[in-house]
Design a protein around this ligand. Structure first.
Ligand code: NAD
Length: 356
């Protein structure tokens, strides 16, 4: 499909191709939909093998942000920036500031924040060039580390899934198997431990496993995590981990985690549904990060607002389950329906004449 045809079919508004020879910046900014507010989404810094790959990633990720913000009831649209560079070897102050200048030229249609390869410190450089940036460190008056709210949101959504699976939201005595024990998983674990859940974790990093052992958690090998005899499986590392190879190994009643794009295909959501496994759609459960950043837009960061809105993921997940039941569709499809209904409703607001 031709690029513009694809953008039209998927509802994208704008694609900005950016180049700055002096700093070596090559970037793409995709704005998917601004019905609900300015497009917001992180800046990914990644050594894409081709421009085409970078464009496709920006288009895909910006669309995903529209759905995430819409379902989370935020006044934001979906956007994404990608910089074609290796964040370990090619990221410089000049490159990041040059990017900030281009973000500024969009006049607030796009608000950027952190993503894979970019940090709060990079956002401080972006801030030198534009006000259209969130996710600054707390020491700069920003919302800081997003993984704290992301962890809280996953925990809240997991409780709704538990209520659906067992008739009560309590996770006391339940066994939760976590894949990946990084930032988000660690915050989820702290909430679960307060409830006396039993945790079995894995990671590919020895340091993460040592941290888990120090917290008194059971550690298993990465390849053994799918088959752990558990109540909840919590993907917190990679995408595509719910697929035809892994589903037959799962012994859980609930899949609820922080990783993006957990289902390899829509069909894997159908399989979970058929097996009676309650799936908490990834972008519903992990929206705490964007909720946290939103609490910084246009005001001094408000932790209470971020926490209160993140806790509402519990109710949003209840609505997703209600749609899934009434329309007899998977929870993944029900999440999309929730987001699309909100977009349609706001798009449908009647325009009224106003002088000047
Ligand atoms: P992180 O890098 O701190 O943690 C990821 C952990 O997964 C690391 O410890 C890594 O060693 C481990 N890992 C990688 N491959 C693995 C494998 N094959 N098996 C087991 N463990 C493996 O990242 P994070 O911030 O905790 O994010 C976790 C996930 O949640 C990511 O998919 C991220 O995209 C998603 N997410 C994060 C946020 C946020 O606010 N940080 C928000 C939304 C979504």
């Amino acid at each position: 499909m031709e690029l513009l045809e694809q953008m039209g079919a998927e509802g994208h508004e704008q694609l900005v191709v950016v180049s700055d020879a002096g700093s070596g910046l090559k970037a793409i900014i995709a704005i998917h939909d601004t019905t609900l507010g300015p497009a917001c989404g992180g800046t990914r810094i990644w050594p894409y093998e081709s421009e085409q790959e970078a464009i496709m990633d920006a288009l895909r990720l910006s669309r995903a942000m529209t759905y995430k913000a819409a379902a989370a009831d935020l006044p934001l649209g979906g956007g994404k920036g990608v910089i074609i560079a290796d964040s370990h070897t090619e990221k410089t102050e000049a490159l990041v500031r040059a990017y900030g200048r281009f973000v500024d030229t969009l006049g607030g249609r796009y608000l950027t924040t952190t993503d894979v390869g970019s940090t709060g410190r990079d956002m401080e450089y972006v801030k030198q060039e534009t006000d259209y940036v969130v996710g600054l460190p707390t020491t700069s008056g920003g919302s800081g580390d997003t993984s704290i709210m992301t962890g809280l949101g996953v925990y809240m959504g997991m409780k709704t899934c538990a209520k659906e699976a067992w008739g009560q939201e309590s996770l006391t005595g339940k066994t939760v198997a976590m894949q990946g024990f990084g930032k988000v998983a660690t915050h989820i674990a702290h909430h679960l431990m307060k409830e006396d859940a039993r945790l079995v974790v894995t990671d590919v990093f020895d340091e993460a496993l040592d941290r888990a052992r120090d917290m008194g958690l059971t550690v298993v090998k990465p390849e053994d995590i799918y088959g752990v005899d558990c109540d909840v499986f919590t993907p917190c590392a990679l995408g595509g981990v719910i697929n035809p190879d892994t589903i037959p190994q799962l012994k859980c009643k609930v899949v609820a985690g922080g990783a993006n794009n957990q289902l390899l295909t829509d069909g894997d959501g159908e399989t979970l549904h058929r097996l009676g496994i309650v799936y908490g759609p990834d972008y519903i459960l992990n929206s705490g990060g964007i909720i946290n950043a939103e609490a910084e837009i246009g005001r001094v960061y408000n932790l209470d607002r971020a926490r209160e809105k993140t806790e509402r993921i519990y109710e949003i997940m209840e609505r997703v389950i209600a749609i899934s039941k009434s329309e007899e569709i998977t929870t993944a499809k029900a999440a999309d329906r929730l987001a699309e209904d909100r977009l349609k409703a706001v798009q449908g607001i009647r325009r009224v004449y106003r002088a000047n």
